[in-house]
Design a protein around this ligand. Structure first.
Ligand code: HEC
Ligand code: HEC
Ligand code: HEC
Ligand code: HEC
Ligand code: HEC
Ligand code: HEC
Ligand code: HEC
Length: 336
């Protein structure tokens, strides 16, 4: 029922970025990032459009995701009976997990699409579930709290006064999610009034930026407070970076935005990051608050290839770049 009520309203919602484009071309020109596509609606899902039929089998169950004319259907069968639901919300721009609403409850799909294998696999975190019924094999029920968190991190305008408001959702992390108050500013600015200009994020310290990105990528405090340890930590870049000897909350050269422009795609070229490291580690670099940073006795380029290794999570579907910049020693236990 929720489906019929929500999807047309969502589809009509204008992208939260369009009203900024004319005035802020530099930030808007390449704003087609995975973050901007962290949630996709039916009809806009390029991953499913490119894979009209996906299947996965485990034990007695077979899952099928079939896509036709922009509509995708998720079916689970135990060989005798089957259950089908339309895919309403696709979370993740590359790896995708689907969220369904049924009878007022929300479910996360037990299987997800993983680009590394180019096929379906058990959703990360659900590996130990052993479904006993078709309903359980369809999806894991989410609490109302978890549902609100999912949409809060993957979409814009999903939460109003602490409530999930699906009729105001803009899919993806768009301009107005990061720039609070920007929609009002856009309205005012088009009438020539710039007094409601949003806060200047570029003035934030490295530590404040880590916490800002850490709202979603998980801050040092979040990881420590929850006691999250082990290899899984590697996906929480603000936490990892804070644990590196390079990190200094008052030095802009080690801020997230020194290496990443949130308005553009992630650069996947090791050479690109050399200048970021050498901003502190070159013999001529300005000293840090603890003195001159050392130079490398081993190599002069591709710093990140040795000091920020790629790490594969258990399950093998996903890999992350270790932001705990360090000298990596062979066979050392993962420093969590
Ligand atoms: C009619 C033109 C106009 C529109 C539309 C508009 N802005 Fe602006 N914006 C400006 C101007 C002019 C300034 C102040 C000058 C500057 O710093 O660029 C500004 C300032 C800002 C700043 C602060 C810049 C800084 O220096 O940190 C942010 C952030 C911002 N706008 C974001 C947005 C977003 C997001 C949208 C869309 C929701 C938007 N603006 C829509 C014209 C506009
Ligand atoms: C509102 C939540 C939110 C905030 C705030 C946020 N991110 Fe993200 N970010 C995401 C989500 C969700 C994804 C996963 C997108 C996907 O692949 O589906 C992501 C993905 C990324 C990626 C990976 C892109 C790729 O190519 O795989 C980078 C890099 C990134 N974010 C950097 C940042 C930086 C830097 C900041 C702070 C300036 C930031 N993010 C703030 C939610 C957020
Ligand atoms: C605190 C913010 C936050 C919440 C809550 C959240 N996500 Fe994410 N999600 C992210 C970020 C950030 C990424 C980017 C990958 C990373 O760095 O972990 C991501 C990545 C993903 C991906 C890509 C695959 C992967 O695991 O990296 C999927 C799928 C996904 N999230 C689904 C969900 C679903 C479904 C929920 C709710 C049950 C949810 N997320 C809740 C922030 C969040
Ligand atoms: C994931 C969070 C995030 C998203 C999404 C995002 N921004 Fe930003 N934006 C930032 C941060 C952080 C800064 C400050 C660091 C920087 O300059 O790169 C910034 C800076 C800016 C500035 C000021 C730049 C300057 O140097 O004066 C403007 C204007 C702006 N963004 C507009 C936009 C517009 C328009 C969009 C959507 C097309 C957008 N932003 C989307 C995080 C974001
Ligand atoms: C000194 C440079 C540097 C800094 C600072 C930095 N990153 Fe990264 N980041 C990288 C590199 C290098 C990659 C991997 C690029 C590739 O895939 O080739 C990366 C990848 C990522 C990704 C993609 C997922 C992954 O782990 O591979 C996310 C998300 C991300 N960074 C977020 C952040 C956030 C949030 C911050 C601030 C807390 C941050 N980064 C600070 C260099 C940096
Ligand atoms: C803000 C300045 C700054 C930036 C940017 C920076 N570092 Fe560092 N780094 C330091 C400081 C300070 C130390 C501790 C003193 C030293 O070893 O020079 C350090 C330590 C290190 C160490 C030794 C760590 C250990 O465990 O003994 C390595 C390796 C390193 N950095 C590599 C890098 C690489 C690679 C990059 C880019 C991805 C980078 N750093 C970016 C300041 C920085
Ligand atoms: C081929 C792998 C590799 C590359 C590429 C590389 N390093 Fe290193 N680096 C090492 C190793 C191994 C050590 C430890 C050497 C030792 O302890 O004898 C090291 C040590 C360091 C140290 C600590 C020096 C000290 O005296 O304590 C810093 C800082 C550093 N590297 C920075 C960088 C920077 C910056 C770059 C890019 C310009 C870079 N590294 C490129 C492998 C590499």
């Amino acid at each position: 029922m929720l489906l019929a009520a929500c999807v047309p309203a969502l589809a009509q919602t204008q992208s939260a970025g369009t009203s900024c484009t004319g005035c802020h071309r530099a930030q808007s020109a390449q704003f087609d990032t995975p973050m901007a596509h962290a949630l996709e609606l039916p009809g806009a899902n390029s991953v499913l459009a490119a894979h009209p039929v996906l299947t996965y089998r485990m034990g007695a169950y077979t899952w099928t995701v079939a896509t036709k004319n922009g509509q995708s259907t998720y079916t689970v069968s135990d060989g005798k009976n089957s259950l089908s639901l339309p895919i309403q919300w696709a979370f993740g721009a590359g790896a995708q997990t689907w969220v369904f609403a049924q009878n007022g409850n929300f479910y996360e799909s037990i299987v997800s699409y993983y680009p590394a294998e180019n096929t379906l696999g058990i959703t990360t975190g659900d590996e130990r579930l052993t479904p006993q019924t078709l309903e359980e094999a369809m999806g894991r029920q989410l609490t109302a709290f978890d549902t609100k968190l999912c949409f809060g991190c993957h979409a814009t305008g999903a939460v109003t006064s602490h409530q999930l408001t699906l009729n105001t959702v803009h899919p993806g992390v768009t301009c107005a999610h990061c720039h609070q108050g920007a929609l009002q500013h856009a309205d005012d600015a088009s009438l020539g009034d710039y007094s409601s200009e949003p806060p200047h994020l570029k003035d934030l310290s490295a530590e404040a930026i880590s916490n800002f990105c850490g709202q979603c990528h998980r801050s040092w405090e979040t990881v420590v407070r929850n006691g999250w340890r082990g290899l899984f930590d590697v996906r929480f870049q603000p936490y990892r970076l804070a644990n590196s000897r390079c990190f200094n909350g008052t030095d802009p050269r080690i801020s997230c935005v020194a290496c990443h422009d949130p308005h553009k795609n992630l650069v996947r070229d090791d050479l690109y990051y050399d200048s970021k490291c050498l901003a502190c580690h070159a013999p001529t670099a300005r000293p840090t608050s603890t003195g001159k940073a050392k130079t490398c006795p081993v190599a002069k380029s591709r710093c990140v290839s040795c000091h920020m290794p790629k790490t594969t999570l258990p399950g093998g579907h996903l890999h992350f770049t270790d932001h705990q910049i360090r000298i990596v020693k062979a066979n050392e236990p993962f420093p969590d």
